[in-house]
Every structure is written in structure tokens, then in C-alpha cells.
Design a protein around this ligand. Structure first.
Ligand code: MG
Length: 376
């Protein structure tokens, strides 16, 4: 079936993050925005995808509308591997870990949705046909820069049934506060610091926390592609998680061959889509490294992560941001209940968006690309 149209649109939903709203890449983050990608084929089927995301949306959408969407118009929607190669080769001079790859990721997810709908099967069954229909999640708290708020929300997440809680804080104080807030409960704490330290500083920090019992330390080293530096920090003995900011399969190969990670975190809306995450998962399995995807999403990117999670040989934890959205067009699948998520069982993603919520929260217009002419 041929691709006849690609549409991009953005929904923007107010949310409560359990603390003061923070800044994301310099921009006040007070609305949760989702960049939706809708792909239509000549047999009338529609697939949905999501491209990264958050503060990057204007750039990703420009890449999608002007370059990446025109590249796929008229192409065979079912040959995802061939189209992946073609689009990524056509755009490689524009950046291998860039808005162009994020844009392609959104289309790729939509193509899997279409593939499943055409086959009458949920994506996870196309990927491996596991019998796993529920997945455990972890609560990923937002960045408060405040150990007291982080501890309060850690306890709230634990009371809501999460057995794993991740902080986006950078201090040992925040870690210890959070751990004491759930003392006596069966709850593990992770610390995601988002690449703040050069290697000597990261070594000092890791050594100071190595006996604190954290479940993992995420992205301690700047820049994120310093695989050797990360491997040195890992030698301190704390499990290291990383991968949301590396480029594709080869980026993960670099991390794995350096012995830099215990936990690989490919991000489906950034890395190139479902196929690339599955290729990375196979490589990680060969290195004995666990995959726990990065998924701070609330749309098809999150739903795609559920299908990946169901298909992986080892059940991963699924990242769920700790926030309260006013509404979500992909509810109820984006919400954990007692820490658990359900994998949609319908064909494809198994979860088309709620049109009424889409219309209510859409900002700007829908961009519809129907011609292979770039910059049209
Ligand atoms: Mg992270």
C-alpha cells in the first residue's frame, strides 16, 4: 500500500507536576505537548506516530513537514526496513541524531501501526508474539531542584503502588531524603542527573554515593557520547543507565563495547522508531545488558514502548512521568494502575486517539503533506 498523506499536529495539555513548573531547554514547561504524526495509505488506512518532542517540537515539525514527509509520499508503507534505510540515508548529512531522525521516528511508528492494522494483530505480536499483556512501570519524577519536594513525591508515588521511583535531581541529599521517605517500603530509588558532570566530578559523585543502594545512576557524564568516561564511572560499582541521547544502533554499540552501561535506554521517538529499538535490544542481549526504554511520552511513542516492552525477551520497566494531565487522547493506556500498565490488544498500536480530546487541546493547524516535493 502506498503512502498518500502525512499530517502533523500538536496537542498541548496543562499538567500538574507536583511542584513548581521547571524550564526545559530554556523554555518554561507548563504544558505537555505531543507532536502527532498521522500517515494515510491509498487503501484508506490510517496509522499514528509520535516524534520527539517537548521543547524540540517546532524543529522536529519543520524537519517532518519540509523534508522527511515528502520523502515517503508515494512509497510502500509495508516495507519499513527499506524505507528506514532510504530516509535515513537521504537525511544523514543533516544530522544522525537530529530533528530529521526524530521526524522519521514518528513516521516509522505510524507505519508499524498500519502494518498491525492491515494484519489484524497488535504490534507486539508482530514483533515476537509474547504472551505478556501487562508491564510493570516506574515513576519518573520531574526536576524540582528541591530535595523536600522530591521526597514528598517519592512517597506519593510509592503510595500509588510504584515499586521503583526515579528522581531527576543531582544531589546525594535528594537521594537520601527520597530513600528515607519510603523507608520500610519495598521501593527502589534511581537517580537521573542528565549529564551534569565531567568525568572527574562524576567519579567523585559516584564514589560518594556508591554505598547508598540506588537502583541505577543515569547519565552522570557530560557529554553523553563519552562512552569511555562513562565506563570509568561505572567501575565505581553503581549500575549505570544511559542511551536516550546517543545516535542509533551504532551509538549503542559504542556504549556496549566500552562497557559503559548496565541498562540501555533507547527512546523510540528519537532513535529511529520501533525497528531501531528492537535492533538495539538484540545487540544489548548479546552483551548481557538490560533494556529499559526511555519513554517520557504520552502519545503513540508511549504506546509503541508498551508494545516493545511486551515483545522483549526480558520484561522491562516502563518509564511513566509523575504528573497529572488535564486529559489525554490516548487514555487509559498511558496511565499506570498500582504501578502496572496494560498493553493494548487491538490491531496496530491498538489505541487510536480520542478525537474530541484532540480537537479540544490541539494548538495551531494540522499540516497535511501530500506531495513528494520538498519545501512544498
Ligand atoms: Mg533520562
Amino acid at each position: 500500500m502506498k503512502i498518500v498523506a502525512v499530517e502533523s499536529s500538536v496537542v498541548s495539555v496543562p499538567f500538574d507536576m507536583g511542584g513548581p513548573h521547571c524550564r526545559f531547554a530554556g523554555k518554561l514547561w507548563d504544558k505537555l505537548e505531543i507532536l502527532l504524526v498521522r500517515v494515510e495509505t491509498d487503501d484508506g488506512l490510517v496509522g499514528w506516530g509520535e516524534a520527539f518532542g517537548h521543547a524540540a517540537i517546532p524543529a522536529t515539525r519543520a524537519a517532518l513537514d519540509t523534508i522527511v514527509a515528502p520523502l515517503v509520499i508515494g512509497k510502500n508503507a509495508g516495507d519499513i526496513s527499506a524505507l528506514t534505510r532510504e530516509v535515513l540515508h537521504s537525511t544523514h548529512l543533516l544530522g544522525r541524531n537530529s530533528s530529521f531522525v526524530y521526524a522519521w521516528s514518528g513516521i516509522e511508528i505510524a507505519l508499524w501501526d498500519l502494518l498491525g492494522k492491515r494484519a489484524g494483530l497488535p504490534i507486539y505480536q508482530l514483533l515476537g508474539n509474547s504472551s505478556r499483556t501487562t508491564l510493570e512501570s516506574y515513576s519518573s519524577l520531574l526536576a524540582y531542584g528541591d530535595a523536600t519536594i522530591a521526597a514528598r513525591n517519592t512517597r506519593a508515588a510509592a503510595d500509588a503502588g510504584f515499586r521503583y521511583v526515579k528522581l531527576h535531581e543531582t544531589t546525594r541529599e535528594a537521594l537520601l531524603h527520597a530513600q528515607s521517605a519510603v523507608a520500610g517500603m519495598d521501593v527502589q530509588i534511581m537517580l537521573d542527573v542528565n549529564c551534569p558532570w565531567d568525568v572527574p566530578d562524576a567519579l567523585d559523585k559516584a564514589r560518594s554515593m556508591r554505598d547508598d543502594g540506588m537502583y541505577w545512576l543515569e547519565e552522570p557524564v557530560w557529554p553523553p557520547e563519552d562512552a569511555r568516561g562513562l565506563a570509568r564511572v561505572r567501575e565505581c560499582g553503581i549500575p549505570i543507565a544511559a542511551g536516550e541521547n546517543v545516535a542509533g544502533l551504532q551509538g549503542f554499540r559504542t556504549l556496549l563495547e566500552a562497557g559503559a552501561i548496565d541498562i540501555a535506554q533507547p527512546s523510540v521517538t528519537k532513535i529511529g522508531g520501533i525497528g531501531e529499538v528492537m535492533r538495539i535490544a538484540a545487540l544489548c542481549a548479546a552483551h548481557g545488558v538490560r533494556v529499559i526504554p526511555h519513554s517520557p511520552y504520552f502519545g503513540p511513542g508511549f504506546i509503541a514502548t508498551l508494545h516493545i516492552g511486551a515483545a522483549l525477551p526480558q520484561s522491562p520497566l516502563i518509564e511513566v512521568l509523575w504528573m497529572d494531565m488535564e486529559a489525554n487522547p490516548f487514555a487509559p493506556y498511558v496511565h499506570a494502575v498500582n504501578g502496572m500498565l496494560s498493553v493494548p490488544q487491538g490491531p496496530g498500536l491498538g489505541c487510536d486517539p480520542n478525537e474530541e480530546i484532540m480537537t479540544r487541546y490541539r494548538i495551531g493547524s494540522v499540516h497535511r503533506i501530500t506531495t513528494a516535493e520538498a519545501y512544498a
